[in-house]
Design a protein around this ligand. Structure first.
Ligand SMILES: *[C@@H]1O[C@H](CO)[C@@H](O)[C@H](O)[C@H]1NC(C)=O
Length: 456
């Protein structure tokens, strides 16, 4: 017996030592990987490439022929299948609702396209060339105001979004008010391969490489130090910028925070298994149980696998196919705003957004023919270098704003394995994946509260 106990103690101590050793290794920050800040991503060879570093006003107006062609396409007889009886969006975009969208698009939206274009043009648009890519961005400078400090802010969208997500958010950021001592100089780029920004011609252009391009963009504009706010891919890219360039990123605010390093993932697994240990009672409703998480992944992340593996095939099905494009992208504005909207015949699309704002977003993909290139980011994001960046701790002030119906949430205990200066963590019992569009006032309130705490 004595021998057995001694044996168990030895084995257990050995196990504990291995665990501690690994924990120490895993909890350490990796050094930030060095990325080539001048790497060329344009077509062909860079032998004769001479970067045009000028910043030029950019005209976003679409070729009228493209609009006429769109009108023709929307006028063709639609041969969709009737949805199953009694079904809303559970099988994907409901065909009856799609018919309504097409009718509205053709008969109400397109006839006033000039107005929509003027609306999209209300902010100054610019272009400049970076690492072989034409980068498009909105740049709004606030008026200098007595007693208000101006801070530069990089706003980053994701998929299937665009700069259109920020149109109701920008006025709040630039207009002085009694709630904030700050006003913001807003720079909102189209991500490379999205909207009016050129896509990479080379493989290997993932979130880490995009972070390099966007830093170059901010430096080009003249901002050595700036804030970053983002959701979806914008959040991953923003986080990578904060990890790679702490000398430039003053603070990082995310409305879809993720932490993917090994300890964060282990903590996430434990949180899913033992929510009562890892989550405060009042936050539990934000997180799915193990079974629900599994169902959610199976039911709602098919697009992710598709884009990661064959972005160009699904891209071929959607390019120059406005109706498919609308169905494919607007479905996300239904389920990612509230998963319960799947049960509604119209997907609840206009409960939180106007049809005009949703179609503006579809139009940006359509007129720039960018759906295929927007999806390639999924294929390139899962790289070794991005994995390494996940293991670089973020030391700059960080905020995580959770909107109840977003696709996923991370708990503070997960985030703290990556974000060592998480100074704000909030839970809103409303809203989903696109808060800049859905609840701009709430997002703004959260953001200025964070900037105040960061003491910049
Ligand atoms: C960085 O990229 C540029 C352009 O693609 C290339 O000429 C240069 O050799 C690269 N530098 C390094 C250190 O790899």
């Amino acid at each position: 017996m004595g021998v057995l106990i001694r044996f168990v103690v030895v084995i257990a101590s050995f196990g504990l030592a291995v665990l501690l050793q690994n924990y120490r290794l895993l909890s350490r920050s990796l050094p930030a990987p060095q990325l080539n800040a001048t790497q060329y991503w344009g077509p062909g060879s860079d032998n004769n490439y001479k970067e045009d570093s000028a910043i030029k006003p950019f005209d976003i107006r679409a070729n009228p022929e493209l609009i006429a062609e769109l009108k023709a396409q929307l006028s063709r007889p639609l041969t969709l299948h009737e949805p199953l009886e009694g079904v809303g969006f559970q099988y994907g975009f409901n065909a009856k609702e799609l018919q309504n969208v097409v009718t509205y698009w053709r008969d109400t939206y397109l006839p006033k396209w000039a107005e929509s274009e003027a609306y999209l043009n209300q902010y100054p648009h610019f272009e400049t060339q970076i690492q072989g890519l034409r980068m498009h961005f909105i740049h709004v400078k606030p008026q200098a105001t007595e007693g208000k400090k101006i801070l530069p802010l990089l706003l980053l969208h994701g998929w299937p979004g665009s700069v259109r997500e920020f149109y109701d958010f920008i006025p709040l950021l630039i207009t002085p008010n009694s709630k904030s001592d700050y006003i913001f100089e807003v720079i909102a780029p189209s991500l490379p391969g999205y909207g009016w920004s050129q896509s990479s011609s080379k493989v290997g252009f993932g979130t880490a490489q995009i972070a390099v391009v966007l830093r170059n963009l901010m430096l080009r504009i003249g901002h050595e130090k700036f804030l970053v706010q983002g959701g979806d891919w914008g959040s991953v890219i923003g986080s990578s910028m904060a990890a790679l360039f702490p000398q430039n990123v003053l603070a990082y605010h995310s409305n879809m925070c993720t932490a993917m390093n090994p300890l964060a993932l282990i903590t996430k697994g434990l949180r899913i298994l033992f929510p009562s240990i890892y989550l405060k009672q009042e936050h539990r409703e934000f997180f799915r149980s193990f079974g629900d998480e599994l169902s959610y992944i199976l039911e709602e992340t098919g697009y992710l696998h598709l884009h990661t593996t064959k972005p160009d095939t699904i891209g071929a099905a959607l390019s120059h196919n406005p109706i498919g494009l609308a169905a494919y992208t607007l479905e996300k504005f239904s389920t990612w705003t509230d998963p319960e909207y799947r049960n509604l015949p119209d997907g609840g699309l206009t409960l939180r957004y106007t049809m005009d704002s949703l179609l503006d977003n579809v139009m940006i993909y359509y007129i720039t023919n960018s759906i295929t290139t927007s999806q390639r980011i999924y294929a390139e994001a899962w790289s070794t270098i991005q994995n390494d960046i996940e293991r670089v701790h973020v030391q700059v002030p960080t905020a995580c704003a959770r909107f109840k119906w977003d696709m996923m949430h991370a708990s503070d205990s997960e985030l703290k394995h990556k974000y060592k200066n998480l100074i704000q963590s909030t839970f809103y019992k409303d809203g989903g994946h696109f808060p800049a569009m859905e609840l701009p006032e709430t997002l703004y309130g959260d953001f200025i509260e964070f900037v105040k705490k960061a003491g910049l």
